[in-house]
Design a protein around this ligand. Structure first.
Ligand code: NAD
Length: 511
């Protein structure tokens, strides 16, 4: 199989989408120009005037229609995810399930999460303080290929439910899934252009980042993320960055070892290791290390690689990624790692055999850079302290998992990451109530949950005077002696620890 091909049909350039398992052409999409991307943004702006003005109930009705239409065509969606990405069909329908469940949650939750609410008025006791949330306008979503529906839906579903319109640029490796979803939206939602798709590779993505959208939600590699931020900076467009990871798993001495090993195998290998929250490193307490390694190897041997329906993992979707995976394994072996299963010499074309490595050290690429392949390096640690120190020794901070009993929550709290699964793996991603996002080179901002809804809004603070105070501090007509009175207020309020009843004190002072 080769990288996506670009060909010219008439005056329009097309990009072919290829099946990673077979090399067959699945379809072709236009390689759009900046003008075409700008035109889509303009249409989205017009659509926003109506969509953004709808009541939550009316928007909900439209999004419920969209959700039902997606459910009705889920076989078609799953088939396309399977063909374009290469993952087994059962994984493809699972992905669609998770994406639709997030859309349903965002639809149902938006009104509550974004309801205006009163807050305390501090020292201004005569003022009613309210926080409200309003849609931003047009949100540009740039997506990756590893979860071509689920990942962008973490932005699309929440942005739409919050009242924005969306222009989505799917990865050039999986554009047809994006096109299909937008086509379903266009039929289900009565207002045109609420969700549009623009297709193409870096050029179209860069055009969207430069277009005058009100926010860019980017999911992809840290390198591309930096380019997107630089482009968005030209218009001071805010950005949400969902980037890569190097997720650690910690297995404590008192962990259920079999359960932890099974979770490690699934977490490292599902989607052929091409998940931003894949388990990329395991740190295992010395007392259970041998048992854990044996169980992992047993489980890994049962995992079948292939393009057929019986396979557990498919081909690597992005051809260039195979070279990175091979390089990481070879670098580790050259520096002393032991290969327990798989290995660089077992890579056949775009199919990578699950690879378990031990005797790995922190200087190896496999321990520092995102591998994004079915590889699990395992490290023996002597203490929880050592596990935490090594787990946090990374520029990334996306997901993580911790297995253990006593003290496991404390261990979880000490991992520097956006999400942590306790005695489980990856589970947070499928929970629409939990915010999802990273720190450091894994990005910033949050999708999913109430935070994910608010991420696509503008927060407005409203301060309404309910009654006038005898002494108006917001005026040039201050009476003589104001300096001394304010000085007195400071002493009374903050010099004696009465700040918690500041409102009442202030009212008395101003009488
Ligand atoms: P990528 O950075 O190569 O591409 C991502 C998107 O950016 C694609 O749509 C691409 O066409 C577009 N793009 C490329 N150049 C651009 C430019 N100059 N300006 C604007 N857009 C441009 O990433 P990928 O290989 O598609 O995805 C894999 C990466 O995504 C991994 O690092 C993975 O960890 C990460 N990821 C993160 C999350 C998360 O939620 N944090 C989820 C899934 C994947």
């Amino acid at each position: 199989m080769a990288a996506p091909q670009s060909e010219t049909k008439g005056a329009v350039e097309f990009i072919e989408s290829l099946n990673p398992n077979t090399g067959e052409v699945v379809g072709a999409v236009p390689d759009m120009t900046a003008e075409q991307v700008d035109a889509a943004v303009e249409r989205a702006r017009v659509a926003f005037e109506e969509w953004g003005g709808l009541s939550f109930a009316d928007r909900r009705e439209q999004l419920v229609r969209f959700r039902r239409a997606l459910a009705a065509r889920v076989d078609e969606i799953a088939e396309l995810i399977h063909k374009e990405n290469g993952k087994p069909k059962v994984d493809a329908i699972m992905e669609a399930f998770m994406a639709i469940s997030h859309l349903a949650h965002a639809t149902n939750r938006a009104e509550k999460a974004l309801r205006p609410h009163k807050v305390g008025s501090g020292i201004m006791a005569n003022v009613r303080a309210v926080i409200s949330y309003h849609p931003l306008g047009v949100v540009g979503v740039i997506g990756p290929w590893n979860y071509p529906m689920f990942t962008p839906f973490g932005s699309i579903g929440y942005a739409l439910a919050a009242g924005n319109t969306v222009v989505f640029k799917p990865s050039e490796l999986t554009p047809l899934v994006g096109q299909l979803v937008a086509e379903i939206a266009a039929k289900a939602i009565s207002i045109p252009n609420v969700l549009q798709v623009v297709t193409g590779a870096g050029r179209a993505g860069a055009a969207l980042a430069k277009a005058r959208v009100n926010k860019i939600a980017f999911t992809g590699s840290a390198g591309t993320g930096k380019k997107v931020m630089a482009a968005a900076a030209e218009n001071l467009t805010p950005v949400l960055m969902e980037l890569g990871g190097k997720d650690p798993m910690i297995v404590a001495e008192d962990a259920d070892v079999d359960k932890a090993a099974e979770a490690a195998v699934f977490g490292a290998l599902t989607n052929a290791g091409q998940a931003c929250i894949s388990v990329e490193r395991a740190y295992v307490a010395s007392g259970v290390y041998d048992r854990f390694v044996d169980k992992v190897v047993d489980e890994v041997k049962k995992v079948r690689v292939g393009g057929d329906d019986e396979a557990n993992i498919g081909a690597i979707t992005r051809p260039a990624q195979v070279d990175i995976i091979r390089d990481h394994i070879e670098d580790a072996v050259a520096k002393g790692a032991t290969v327990l299963t798989g290995g660089a010499d077992k890579i056949r074309g775009y199919f990578v055999e699950p690879t378990v490595l031990t005797d790995v050290t922190p200087d190896m690429k496999i321990m520092r850079d995102e591998t994004f392949g079915p590889v699990l390096p395992i490290v023996k640690v002597q203490s929880a302290e050592e596990a935490i120190r090594l787990a946090n020794d990374t520029v990334f901070g996306l997901g993580s998992s911790v297995f253990g009993k006593a003290g496991v929550r404390d261990l979880a709290n000490r991992v520097r990451a956006g999400m942590t699964a306790i005695n489980s793996v990856m589970v947070f991603a499928s929970m629409p109530t939990l915010p999802f996002g990273g720190v450091g080179d894994s990005g910033f901002g949050r999708i999913h949950g109430d935070e994910g809804l608010r991420e696509f809004t503008r927060t407005q603070a409203t301060a309404e005077e309910r009654f006038a105070l005898p002494m108006n501090l917001l005026s040039f007509k201050l009476p003589k002696g104001t300096y001394e009175r304010i000085r007195g207020m400071i002493q009374q309020l903050y010099g004696g620890g009465v700040a918690d009843r500041a409102g009442g004190v202030l009212r008395n002072l101003l009488r």
